[in-house]
Write a protein that binds this ligand. Structure first.
Ligand code: URA
Length: 434
């Protein structure tokens, strides 16, 4: 086969076969196709799109470009994936809670992308926690803890690893087909028997309109189901941070407060809702309501926290993490309140701007090689609709230096709009797909 012929057909809106896509994905993985050809392929797909069969074929081809895990467990193997938001640390609560409810959860996660935080970066704020496990260790952690949260190793969907890097520098990230194939190739390579997707919608999400969020949810659900993995999606609200804390160690703290019963709120509510869908889909609950109840019970009686403790310990973290988590998490040297410049109700929150403020503090990467500072971020961000007086805190900044805190203060004040009236609050779950 010839890469040029495949690219030319995509360019001319002619059909390409599953075999050709499989050949191209293999070429991405083994470098049989060049960077230039990978970039041209990505641009042709972005501009002209694939049809439904093509999207499924590309997803399977990228999944099969590397190793696909197979499990022989007495528990269903399931997972959750979020399209990315701010203050969204659901994975840290949900993975152990699902494990406590009888599922096996081999969660292959990512790092921060753009303004959104990454689960791996968050977990690495726990001293000793390692996310780079080989397959044998991944299996051993899942055996012992019921869940593991790891980075995709070089054998998992290598075609995606290569194409993602090319897309990042060729303005071809924003393609429904490529995003779908990218996300699902890694998830399907984990050998899942069920998947629930959290498609975020709003100012802190990549999808800013209901139409875009719905299109992505439908493409993901349709493709994953066609690839043989029972999948459903919820489109959920990201018009404000999910939890009031943003930043790596701060989000681990948020998750630990929910896991240990010290906090509830939107993080707890969404975790339980997504978990209910996942448990019902896997046959571990009669329906989504029973699933949500089971998940809430596992959090309330401490079984989810115990599973978290086992996962942290088997992935190299402290043995007493669940009991003494606050002692182990790093703290920033500069802590500063952001005063409200005037009185009013919180009318709008620009989640993307808040996420970028955390990146600016060092909590995310500006370039790939940046080191993430686990301690920095924002805490106690006021929720939408809250009434504040002039000078009352809108958030608390955790910074490495005073000048970084100054910049973050301006960014937070610019990101939170105060108005005369409280806005209508959007529902936490907009709709379900699949
Ligand atoms: N996450 C991925 O893994 N891939 C994309 O293309 C976008 C988000």
């Amino acid at each position: 086969m010839d890469a040029r012929a495949i690219i030319a057909r995509l360019r001319d809106r002619q059909p390409v076969t599953a075999d050709e896509l499989r050949w191209f994905a293999q070429g991405l993985a083994d470098r049989g196709v060049s960077d230039a050809q990978a970039g041209a392929f990505a641009m042709a797909v972005l501009l002209n799109g694939l049809d439904r069969d093509g999207r499924v074929a590309l997803t399977l081809a990228m999944r099969d470009s590397g190793h696909v895990l197979r499990w022989a467990l007495d528990r269903p193997v399931i997972d959750k994936h979020s399209t990315g938001g701010v203050g969204d640390c659901v994975s840290l609560v949900l993975a152990p809670a699902l494990a406590a409810c009888g599922a096996a959860v081999p969660m292959i996660s990512g790092r921060g992308l753009g303004h959104t935080g990454g689960t791996l970066d968050k977990l690495e704020s726990i001293p000793g926690f390692t996310t780079g496990l080989d397959e044998a260790r991944l299996r051993s952690v899942v055996d012992q803890a019921g869940c593991a949260i790891v980075a995709a190793n070089a054998e998992i969907a290598p075609a995606d690893k290569r194409l993602y890097a090319v897309r990042d520098v060729t303005a071809t990230v924003e393609s429904l087909d490529l995003i779908t194939a990218s996300i699902l190739s890694k998830k399907l390579a984990a050998g899942l028997q069920g998947l629930v997707l959290d498609v975020k919608l709003g100012s802190g999400a990549f999808m800013k309109t209901p139409q875009d969020a719905r299109a992505l949810a439908q493409a993901l659900v349709e493709t994953a189901n066609s690839a043989g993995c029972p999948t459903a999606a919820l489109i959920t609200d990201m018009s404000q941070p999910l939890a009031p804390d943003l930043g790596n160690a701060l989000e681990v703290a948020s998750a630990m407060r929910v896991l240990t019963g010290a906090a509830r709120g939107r993080l707890h509510e969404l975790t339980v809702t997504l978990g209910g869908v996942a448990l019902a889909q896997a046959g571990l609950a009669a329906d989504v309501v029973a699933g949500a109840d089971a998940l809430a019970a596992a959090i309330a009686d401490g079984r989810a926290a115990q599973a978290m403790g086992r996962m942290v310990a088997t992935q190299g973290g402290p043995l007493a993490f669940v009991e003494e988590w606050a002692r182990f998490l790093p703290e920033a040297p500069v802590i500063r309140e952001v005063p409200a410049p005037q009185a009013g109700h919180v009318a709008a929150i620009d989640g993307q701007a808040l996420g970028l403020a955390v990146v600016g503090l060092g909590g995310g990467r500006q370039v790939e090689t940046d080191r993430v500072d686990p301690a920095v971020g924002l805490s106690e961000v006021v929720p939408l609709g809250a009434a504040v007086e002039r000078g009352q805190p809108l958030a608390r900044i955790h910074a490495a230096r005073e000048d970084a805190a100054d910049a973050a203060l301006r960014a937070v004040q610019g990101a939170i709009t105060l108005g005369a009236q409280a806005p209508d609050l959007p529902p936490l779950v907009h709709e379900g797909v699949g």
